[in-house]
Design a protein around this ligand. Sequence first.
Ligand code: PMP
Length: 279
Amino acid sequence: MSIGFINGKYVALDEKAVPIEERGHQFGDGVYEVIRYYNGEGFMLEEHLERLEKSAEAIRIDLEGGIDSIRTIIEEGVKKAAIPDCSVYLQITRGAAERNHLFPKDVPPSVSMTIKPMAPFSKEMLNNGVSVITHPDERWANCYIKSLNLLPNILAKQAAAEKHAYEAILYKDGKVTECSSSTIFIVLNDTVITTPLSKQILPGITRMAVKEICEKAAIRFEEREYTTEELFSADEVFLTSTTSEVLPVTHIDDRKVAEGTPGNLTTLLMELFKAKTGQ
Ligand code: PMP
């Protein structure tokens, strides 16, 4: 069964547990993580915790008890939920205080979490790949922070859905950055290519896993900027995220990627990723 948690208490997901003057609610003043558990094991949990710590530091939220206290909250929650295959959403905000842009004094951060079962990913999408659109990247300059402020991401993903597409590939100054809620890769001449880490993109944990897999399997992996023209001329395209895993992209803006079917390297990476998660 799905469970919720806020500031030390387990709650039902629909329980009215958040004060109106909560900064996450009023300002989006917080950060979050999404972690996938496979068969009771947190996949790359330490990497997620490290990214969360960096996000919190970047917006100057001090975690009393540090990241270890967050690990404990997650591990206890997963044990309590008793769902071996679940996703954990963990959010930290600057707390509840009278509405004022300035940081409140002596107010502890709020920590909340939901734990929900994860069904295996749609076979049809895995086998056939998904359609995506391209969309301007209208986000701010610090996308490496996993901030609660997701308005441009929401608008891009909604634009995709309204065109019956799964995701929106974002571009800025003619270069591909990432997707609204995932990392994007192209394959050109048997080389897996993705945008280099910078403040402009989120350092995806699944991206890190794919990089490790490529290194182990001697698949050429290149981190470099690439243009939307290269995207449209790619041999293969795939996206990654904690919840989408490795997913083939077969159509972009109603144009086929190569033959319009998942590519060989993508299929191989899907298998290797599955093995890495212990499935
Ligand atoms: N980029 C953005 C903007 C995202 O929201 C996500 C999903 N959290 C990702 C990339 C993929 O990150 P991860 O592999 O850590 O889920």
